[in-house]
Ligand binder design. Structure first.
Ligand code: XMP
Length: 512
């Protein structure tokens, strides 16, 4: 086991971001419950402790407090935000309770770089979000940095290797924050950088094996990045004990099912079952044109088909899921937020409880870009690892209004042309999403000598970093022209192509 940094979690949403920054330094960390006994940390031989932030006041009735003996372990401690107030509280400084939170940018002036701020400029913009404030240093400490609002924005006890920072070094808004964490890990704790993606994979494989034993794991494979990486990782860990289920809902893009069968079945030799449910989905969707209604039908039918195929596979104890850390945050904290709604389709709801399945979620602590690196390390091809997002309801929300097999066919053919051109021009990997939308509007045109009266395809290409906001992509005119003429020439039923020049907000990325 590599050297471990313990992150004690006092309830901050940023705890996982701290863990991520540590991973970025190629150091292994483990998140512990805030009340973990010091003896346990000693037993785990931790090389350093980071106290996370937290929403509480140290004086609150329910305030999470650590085992005070952690300060006697003889290992370095870094307190962040709430963590520094805990140091003040437990090491005999003074902490002032404040009802108002200080929130936003501050300016740090480094007075003494010491080991924590080694190599950093004297003045840095930092990000604050705290209520209580340290007002008197604990004995043995000195201030090493100030902000406009605090003479004790950064403190150290170099003898005991205790450090505290009032602001959040883990967020991007804090300039050089990652270097502060790096300095703590390498300079103060003296750990080696040996935790790489390879290491992560090996460790995850061991963990999966330990959890699953000889049991059987079922996994719903969508073909997207998360479930693909989860499948490859589970397969590496438990081989034939994994069975994947892919639901063909009839709303997939051209060649999608064949690609999944080829990669997972032929290449990885994963036990892959395909539920052929296109007809059922189309039957249920017949005549339905309201977008949320369509989503509901697709979601419900998906769960039903998925559950049925799991039952037909036979007994299993575990359900694998490609849950990532941002999904975990969404589902616990942002009730009612549309971002949380996005996942409803993939969320198999009460299924694990109903079928008495235990969850195996090997990517639960990772962020998307880390999952992509894991995918690469597992040998997944670029077009899977760097695939653009695709909504769960698939082409169902890209055919405007009611869905028919004919409309789907037109959309599929047009979309295939677009993807081909995006890939061959290299733009596919430069944009966030690129897709076609079927508009059930017929317009007049001429083809040869004949008058035509055909449908419209809209092209939607956007740039974004998180899908919360997006800009329409300024593709070269020649490329748009090529896509347009190929679609009108090659796809029967399309007489006109339009390019969507709306940004989000106010438009959403998908049209429905
Ligand atoms: P919007 O259209 O809301 O999309 O700007 C933001 C991101 O979410 C995707 N999206 C969905 N994903 N089920 C999904 O799994 C859905 O119902 C859904 N609707 C939108 C969309 O492709 C974009 O990446």
């Amino acid at each position: 086991m590599p050297q471990t940094i313990a992150v004690l979690d006092f309830g901050s949403q940023l705890t996982q971001v701290i863990a991520r920054r540590i991973r970025e330094c190629q150091v292994y960390s483990k998140i512990y419950h805030y009340s973990t006994p010091a003896a346990k940390l000693r037993e785990d031989n931790v090389a350093g402790i980071i106290l996370s932030g937290g929403p509480q006041s140290v004086y609150a009735k329910q305030a999470p407090h650590p085992d005070p003996a952690i300060f006697q372990l003889g290992v370095p401690v870094l307190g962040i935000c709430y963590g520094v107030q805990l140091m003040g509280y437990f090491l005999e400084g003074e902490v002032e309770h404040s009802k108002a939170r200080e929130y936003g940018h501050g300016h740090l002036t480094i007075k003494k770089p010491g080991r924590l701020f080694a190599g950093l400029p004297k003045k840095l913009r930092v990000w604050n979000s705290h209520g209580d404030k340290l007002t008197k240093l604990p004995p043995g400490f000195r201030s090493i940095g100030t902000t406009e609002n605090s003479p004790f924005a950064a403190i150290e006890d170099a003898k005991r290797n205790f450090y505290g920072i009032q602001f959040h070094p883990e967020v991007f808004h804090t300039e050089r924050g990652a270097d502060m964490i790096r300095n703590f890990l390498l300079g103060v704790c003296g750990v080696k950088q040996e935790w790489t993606t390879r290491e992560f994979v090996d460790h995850a494989v061991e963990k999966i094996r330990a959890q699953v034993g000889k049991g059987r794991v079922l996994l719903g494979l969508s073909g997207g990045v998360d479930s693909s990486v989860a499948a490859a990782l589970l397969h590496k860990a438990i081989g034939k004990q994994l069975t994947c289920v892919f639901v063909d809902n009839g709303l997939l893009r051209k060649g999608e099912r064949a690609a999944v069968e080829k990669l997972y079945g032929d290449h990885f030799h994963i036990d892959l079952r395909v539920a052929d449910a296109g007809k059922l989905f189309l039957r249920r969707l017949k005549g339905v044109s309201e977008p949320e209604q369509k989503r509901k039908i697709i979601g419900r039918t998906f769960v039903e088909v998925f559950e049925k195929s799991l039952k037909s596979i036979g007994h299993a104890e575990f359900l694998g899921q490609g849950t990532l850390y941002p999904d975990v945050i969404e589902s616990v904290s942002i009730g009612g937020n549309p971002a949380a709604l996005i996942k409803t389709h993939h969320n198999v709801g009460g299924l694990p409880e109903r079928m008495k399945l235990k969850l195996v979620e090997p990517l639960r602590e990772l962020f998307k870009d880390e999952v992509r690196r894991v995918g690469e390390a597992l040998g997944l091809p670029r077009e899977v690892v760097w695939r653009q997002p695709f909504p769960g309801p698939g082409l169902g929300v890209r055919v405007m209004g009611d869905i028919t097999a004919d409309k789907l066919e037109i959309l599929r053919n047009a979309d295939a042309v677009l993807q081909e051109e995006m890939l061959s021009s290299g733009y596919y990997y430069k944009v966030w999403q690129s897709f076609c939308v079927f508009l059930p509007v017929r317009t007049v045109g001429v083809f040869g000598d004949e008058r035509t009266y055909d449908y419209v395809i809209a092209i939607r290409v956007v740039e974004s970093t998180d899908a919360m906001t997006a800009d329409w992509a300024k593709l070269p005119h020649e490329l748009i022209q090529k896509i347009s003429s190929r679609i009108t020439n090659e796809v029967r039923g399309v007489g006109r192509v339009v390019y969507d020049v709306s940004s989000k907000p106010p438009a959403t990325i998908e049209w429905e």
